[in-house]
Design a protein around this ligand. Structure first.
Ligand code: DGL
Length: 276
């Protein structure tokens, strides 16, 4: 019987894997932090690259896609699911918690730490339209609105470039300049990367933003939160000399494998192309 007391999950215990998913490869930026924070855990990652980007999709569509993926991860025996996608969290985290018994961890842009640290009282946020539309973002930004001006940009081309494996070059420079220039003009001293695809471009964003602007994202915080939940529910694995990291994609697994091998400091296995 699992720690969560549901017969459906009777095969699940602390040795079960952690499920992670995103609309595509963006969640690998979260997976990297999870791998570092939880060295004895096995992982299963699902990249829904065939249906990316999620940003412009409706709440209903993203909820339906998320539900199929969580169902897949649970059917693989995952003991917990991390939604490594701000857009899917904004649309579907509450629905997923209702539908599934395993703990579901969501992700939201790191607006709070940026608002607490800013000196200029201007903070830039780069995210998708789905994330900006969601209740999480609205609630968090409403709390700080009196003291901090938030400047929002939807850097939509970056998701598509990342999915194509393009992380630098003239095209990337000019797209980032287009979104970062107005933030610089508004005197921001922090830029929040509110989409998990964006940290792939961090070196370019840092260069374009200049040394006075700090770039932050939520990946470390979500890795610590995942660890905390596993520890407090007695579900953390503490010994695993040969952990496994299995990656699935709804699109080309080769592309995923190329990017994962370059970005993660760990060997991964590609389990193939999945149609949900
Ligand atoms: N990586 C995603 C996020 O964090 C979604 C990007 C997209 O598919 O539009 O929001």
């Amino acid at each position: 019987m699992s720690a969560y007391g549901n017969a459906f999950y009777f095969n699940m215990n602390e040795n079960s894997p952690i499920g992670v998913f995103d609309s595509g490869i963006g969640g690998l930026t979260v997976l990297r932090e999870l791998l570092a924070e939880l060295p004895d855990e096995d992982f299963i990652y699902f990249a829904d690259s065939k249906n990316a980007p999620y940003g412009p999709r409706s709440v209903e569509e993203v909820t339906a896609l998320s539900s199929r993926i969580v169902n897949f991860l649970v059917s693989k025996g995952c003991k917990i699911v991390v939604i490594a996608c701000n857009t899917a969290t904004a649309a579907a985290v509450y629905a997923m918690r209702k539908e599934f018994k395993v703990p579901i961890i969501g992700l939201e842009p790191a607006v709070k730490p940026a608002c607490l640290k800013t000196r200029t009282r201007h903070v830039g946020v780069l995210a998708t339209e789905g994330t900006f539309r969601g209740a999480h973002f609205k609630n968090t930004s409403d709390k700080y609105r009196k003291y901090v001006s938030l400047h929002l940009e939807i850097a939509k081309e970056l998701v598509e470039l990342a999915e194509r494996g393009i992380f630098s070059g003239d095209e990337v420079d000019s797209i980032i300049e287009k979104y970062v220039a107005p933030l610089r003009q508004n005197n921001v001293d922090h830029i929040v990367l509110g989409c998990t695809h964006y940290p792939f471009f961090r070196p370019v964003i840092e260069r374009v933003a200049g040394s006075g602007i700090k770039i932050i994202d939520s990946s470390e915080a979500i890795a610590r939160r995942t660890k905390d939940i596993l520890m407090t529910t007695n579900m953390m694995r503490t010994e695993n000399p040969h952990r496994t990291v299995r990656l699935y994609s709804s699109d080309s697994p080769e592309k995923l494998s190329l990017i994962a091998n370059a970005y993660l400091n760990e060997e991964v296995s590609i389990e193939g192309n999945v149609r949900l």
